[in-house]
Design a protein around this ligand. Structure first.
Ligand code: FEO
Ligand code: CA
Ligand code: CA
Ligand code: CA
Length: 598
């Protein structure tokens, strides 16, 4: 019979219990350390971080706010490169005395600088799992809202991406709302522009019906924005600069190994609220990238390159693959259930005992060829959601991160939640999204036809239907529910070296803090879910990196609780003593020098 036993390799630790601690909680026998915090310097001659004396000039040289995607890349024998997204700013948590009705120019420009990306060289300690940031290392970089990015691929130069500051439509200042991401087989970093809509004001003043429909489908605010950047730069006002939002919402490729490189917004991968992009090489040597559009009732996508990839991560391979992401086919997924009878929305397993079925990848665009009636190829890439709406794609419960298993090739999709599923006038449950009022989300496993990422048909099943295991609407891959950790709102997914799926959560609807969980996906323990850590109050867990000897996470937005502010913080992590909370990267290791979970 299935039971807890010693547990599978990689997941042999005592589960962390649900809690509300203002701390990162790890299993007995594990230690932790903060690697880098919001406001820590990347360069020399940066003033020590002081929440009462912040400036845009300093923030451009410090680690940004709200770290999300995280990866540790090899640089040389002693040095690794930590790369991290800075998704968004929360002014009320950042600036003491902040007045949301009247932000100052210095505050706004500091927030511009706190967005974006960081690359920082780190040195691993020999004796434990610590990493020491190397301030002033020549590889360190900060990208923010005033840094140049290049538009690349089919949409570059198109009239719909030209602006008064950039009449050629090829150079964009900044990257916004970078959520999760991925690493290409050639070692570059993909970072996903997600909720870019929130930065652009006054969609309600647009009278052209075609443009208005596009702005509405992408959720741009009709009046002023929450941060009011439009008061300080016209490009954040669509009534004044209508094409500026079209320059955000892309997958961006960064080469952290070349400190002089300009990142490229890869328009061939479509424009939506990109959560991430994770690769798998096809049988014939091309590369597929899986991508979610994180919105209620939006879609799962796949891009397959036209050309073959040159193997390896050498400088020669990076050079050979530098245009790979500019040519390929963009697909959207349709899921079909195979169970007889209706899916009733309760989450109860259907008659055949599985939420499962078949599916297909529907092509939207290949190069200059559009497969969508009435839309040009460029329009499909710019307004991908409107294209996908036309072809019968399946409306999902907020597709977040997607990750192919390096071991089996099966693809895992985090569907974080959707409380509007089954609401009046909205889509009801289907076999791939089987719960109405889906507060806790689910995880889908997709197997490509012939296990080849280039194919256009697949089968699928649900690995997890999340929540409290005592809730009859939950499912843990058939594993006995008395032996699993409760889990809610899966967001980022990663694999450990043993083939286990690790899931970080965002917005735990069970009332306890968010965390990081390991899940067995194959064999007799399939579905066994064990919590490895929890993050402080108000935080989400992001960017997990699971290595043999270390686990790293980003603790994003600690203290983000309704009514909290920099004057009355809801968390004092990590500095303690009533200080304001600081989003940070944390590393965890085994105190006896053992590998993680063995
Ligand atoms: Fe930024 Fe979809 O989480
Ligand atoms: Ca079924
Ligand atoms: Ca996310
Ligand atoms: Ca999320």
């Amino acid at each position: 019979t299935k039971g807890p036993g010693r547990g599978p390799l990689g997941l042999r630790f005592e589960p962390v219990a649900p809690n509300r601690a203002d701390a990162v909680v790890v299993p007995p026998g594990y230690a932790q350390d903060v690697v880098i915090r919001w406001g820590d310097p990347l360069f020399r001659d940066v003033p020590a971080f002081d929440p009462r004396r912040q400036s845009a000039a300093a923030q451009k040289r410090q680690f940004g706010f709200n770290c999300d995607f995280l990866e540790i890349l090899d640089h040389d024998r002693d040095v690794k490169l930590l790369v991290a997204n800075h998704e968004y700013t929360s002014e009320e948590l950042m600036y003491p005395g902040y007045d949301p009705a009247a932000p100052t120019r210095e505050q706004v420009e500091t927030s511009w600088a706190a967005h974006g990306l960081s690359v920082i060289a780190v040195r691993a300690a020999r004796r434990d799992g610590r990493y020491e940031p190397i301030v002033g290392h020549h590889m360190n970089r900060r990208f923010h809202t005033q840094t140049e990015f290049e538009l690349s691929g089919p949409v570059a130069g198109h009239p719909l991406v030209r602006t008064s500051a950039d009449p050629a439509g090829r150079t964009v200042l900044g990257t916004l709302n970078n959520c999760a991401g991925g690493i290409t087989p050639w070692g570059t970093w993909l970072t996903a522009e997600e909720n870019f809509n929130q930065y652009f004001a006054n969609a309600g003043r647009v009278t052209d019906p075609v443009q208005a429909q596009r702005l509405t489908r992408y959720g741009l605010p009709s009046g002023e924005t929450e941060r009011k950047w439009e008061r300080f730069d016209d490009r954040f006002d669509v009534a004044k600069e209508p094409n500026e939002p079209n320059r955000f919402g892309w997958i961006v490729e960064v080469d952290p190994h070349d400190p002089t490189s300009t990142p490229k917004k890869r328009t061939a991968l479509g424009r939506f609220k990109h959560e991430a992009a994770t690769p798998r090489v096809t049988k014939d040597g091309r590369v597929a990238f899986y991508m979610g559009d994180d919105e209620r009732f939006d879609y799962l996508y796949k891009f397959v390159s036209r050309d073959k990839v040159k193997r390896g991560t050498s400088a020669a391979a990076r050079r050979a693959n530098r245009d790979l992401l500019d040519h390929g086919t963009l697909y959207v997924a349709r899921f079909t259930g195979d169970s007889p009878g209706e899916i009733d929305g309760s989450g109860r397993l259907p008659a055949d005992g599985q939420f499962d079925g078949a599916g297909e990848w529907i092509p939207l665009v290949f190069g200059t060829r559009s497969y969508v009636p009435g839309m040009s190829a460029e329009e499909v890439l710019l307004f991908t959601r409107l294209a996908a709406d036309q072809v019968g794609a399946t409306r999902m419960d907020r597709p977040e991160d997607v990750e192919p298993s390096p071991r089996s090739g099966k693809v895992y999709v985090a569907l974080t939640n959707n409380t509007n599923r089954g609401a009046a006038g909205r889509a009801g449950a289907d076999e791939a999204n089987p719960r109405t009022n889906n507060k806790h989300g689910h995880v889908l496993e997709l197997t490509e036809d012939r296990n080849d990422a280039a194919r256009t048909r697949f089968t699928w099943n649900l690995l997890l239907v999340c929540g409290d295991p005592a809730d009859p609407s939950t499912y843990f891959g058939g594993f006995p529910k008395e032996h699993v950790s409760p889990i809610s709102c899966p967001d980022n997914v990663a694999f450990d070296p043993h083939g286990n799926l690790w899931i970080s959560t965002d917005g735990n609807a069970l009332g306890s803090n968010d965390g990081l969980f390991g899940v067995v996906v194959e064999g007799r323990d399939r579905g066994r879910t064990t919590q490895f850590l929890s993050v402080p109050r108000g935080a989400e867990t992001c960017g997990p990196v699971i290595r043999d000897d270390r686990v790293l996470v980003c603790v994003q937005h600690p203290g983000e609780i309704d009514g909290a502010s920099a004057d009355a913080p809801a968390s004092s992590w990590p500095d303690g003593g009533g200080s304001i909370p600081r989003p940070s990267v944390v590393t965890v290791w085994n105190t006896r020098g053992r590998k993680i979970g063995v």
